[in-house]
Design a protein around this ligand. Structure first.
Ligand code: SF4
Length: 378
C-alpha cells in the first residue's frame, strides 16, 4: 500500500464522517498493488494466543464461546483455523476497513474530544446480532473480504501521518482479531498513541486483563439486561459482558457503555431500569451511558426505528438511578448528546453530530463551578 492511500483531506474527512454515520465504509482499494485480493490471501497468518490442547481438539480461550476445533475447522468468529494441530488467526495485518474517524463516532464522548482515531477492522465476530449494522464484514472471513496489507508498525505510522491521537479497533469485533489489535496497541503505546476498543465486551477475563495493560479507552455494548434476550438477539450471554465491564473499570481503562434500544427486543423499561440500577450499584455512576437509536437493518429490517420518546424515558430512568453522564445517540440535533456538568448543569461540551461546537472543560473541570468531569481530556 502506498502512503498516498491514507492522505485524507479535510473535505474527504468530513465526507467520510457523514458516510460513516450510516455504518461502516471500507476504504476503497486503489488497484491490486494496494490490496490483498482474496485469491492471494494466505489462509492463516499467525499462531493464535490463548490456545489450549484438549482431548476434543484445540480450544481458543479468548472469548466465552471457547471454540474447540479439529484439524481444518474454522471458528465461530470465522477468522481462526486449526492447521497441523495449532490454532492460527487469519486476521493479522489484513484489515478490510481502515478509516480516519472522529472519536465521537465510537462513541467516546469523554476521551480526547474532537480528536481523530485511525480506525481498523478485520472480518469476523464472535456474536451473531440480528441487528448488526456491519454484518457484511462481521459475519464473514478475512479470505472473503478485500483487505489492506497493514501490519502493526504500518498502522501506527499511518495513524501518526494522519494526525490521529488514537487507534480504534472497531466496526466488526476486535476481540476476534485479538493478536493484531494487541500487538498494534503495544507499538502504539510505545509511540505515544492511545488505543481504544469498540467492542461487544464478549471476552474472557485473562485475555482482557492482558489487553487492558495496553489500551486506554473502550466503548462496550451492553445489549440487554435479560439473558434470554442476549442469547436470541446476539447469540451470547449477559454475565461475561458484565464481568468484562468490571475488569475494564478496575484496570483503569476509560470506559463508556452503549445500550441500543431495539423495539420489541430491548425496549422494556423495567429491564432498562434494572440495567441502570445495576450500573449505579456496581461502581459505574461516572461511566457515560449512551442510549442509541435503532434503525431497521440486517435481519430486523421489518422493525421501526426506536421512538425518540422512549429514548428520553430511558434517559430519565438512568439519571434517576444516579448515573452522571447519560446520552442519546443516533438522533440528529438532540441536546441529550451534550455533556452537562453533573453539579451545576452547565453544558460543558456541546455537540452537533460528531462535531464539537463548544468545550468548557478546563483541566478536567467545569469552568463554571470547578466540578471534576470524569474523562481523558488531554
Ligand atoms: S475468539 Fe473466536 S475462536 Fe476464540 S473462542 Fe471466541 S469465537 Fe471461538
Amino acid at each position: 500500500m502506498t502512503d498516498k492511500n491514507f492522505d485524507i483531506s479535510k473535505r474527504d474527512f468530513v465526507k467520510k464522517c457523514l458516510a460513516l454515520s450510516a455504518g461502516v465504509v471500507a476504504m476503497p482499494c486503489h488497484g491490486a498493488m494496494n490490496c490483498i485480493i482474496p485469491e492471494e490471501q494466505e489462509l492463516y497468518k499467525k499462531v493464535a494466543m490463548f490456545q489450549e490442547e484438549t482431548p476434543r481438539g484445540i480450544m481458543c480461550r479468548i472469548c466465552p464461546n471457547e471454540c474447540v476445533l479439529k484439524e481444518g475447522e474454522i471458528s465461530d468468529c470465522r477468522n481462526r483455523i486449526v492447521r497441523k494441530s495449532k490454532l492460527y488467526t487469519m486476521a493479522y495485518g489484513n484489515p478490510c476497513s481502515a478509516n480516519v474517524d472522529p472519536i465521537e463516532k465510537k462513541p467516546l464522548y469523554h476521551f480526547l474530544p474532537g480528536s481523530r482515531a485511525f480506525s481498523i477492522a478485520t472480518a469476523g465476530c464472535n456474536l451473531v446480532c440480528l441487528n448488526c449494522q456491519n454484518w457484511a464484514i462481521s459475519q464473514t472471513s478475512p479470505d472473503k473480504t478485500r483487505n489492506f496489507n497493514l501490519p502493526p508498525e504500518k498502522v501506527v505510522a499511518e495513524s501518526r501521518r494522519n494526525n490521529c491521537l488514537s487507534i480504534a479497533y472497531t466496526y466488526s469485533e476486535p476481540v476476534t482479531f485479538y493478536e493484531y489489535a494487541y500487538e498494534t496497541a503495544v507499538i502504539a503505546k510505545e509511540s505515544g498513541i492511545k488505543n481504544v476498543f469498540k467492542s461487544n465486551g464478549y471476552i474472557n477475563p485473562e485475555p482482557l486483563k492482558k489487553l487492558c495493560a495496553v489500551i486506554d479507552g473502550a466503548n462496550i455494548d451492553l445489549k440487554s439486561f435479560n439473558d434470554s434476550t442476549y442469547l436470541k438477539l446476539a447469540g451470547g450471554k449477559l454475565q461475561p459482558v458484565l464481568d468484562a465491564l468490571k475488569i475494564y473499570k478496575d484496570m483503569g481503562v476509560w470506559l463508556e457503555i452503549t445500550n441500543l434500544i431495539v423495539p420489541t427486543w430491548t425496549d422494556n423499561t423495567d429491564e432498562i431500569g434494572l440495567m441502570c440500577k445495576w450500573l449505579s450499584e456496581n461502581g459505574f455512576k461516572d461511566t457515560p451511558l449512551h442510549f442509541s437509536r435503532f434503525y431497521p437493518t440486517y435481519k430486523l429490517e421489518q422493525l421501526p426505528p426506536t421512538p425518540v420518546d422512549l429514548l428520553k424515558t430511558a434517559y430519565r430512568i438512568a439519571i434517576g438511578e444516579g448515573l452522571k453522564y447519560v446520552y442519546i445517540g443516533n438522533v440528529p440535533g438532540n441536546e441529550m448528546a451534550d455533556t452537562k456538568c453533573p453539579n451545576c448543569g452547565t453544558t460543558v461540551i456541546a455537540r452537533q453530530g460528531y462535531r464539537i461546537t463548544a468545550n468548557k472543560i478546563k483541566d478536567g473541570r467545569c469552568i463554571k463551578c470547578n466540578t471534576i468531569i470524569e474523562g481523558v481530556w488531554s
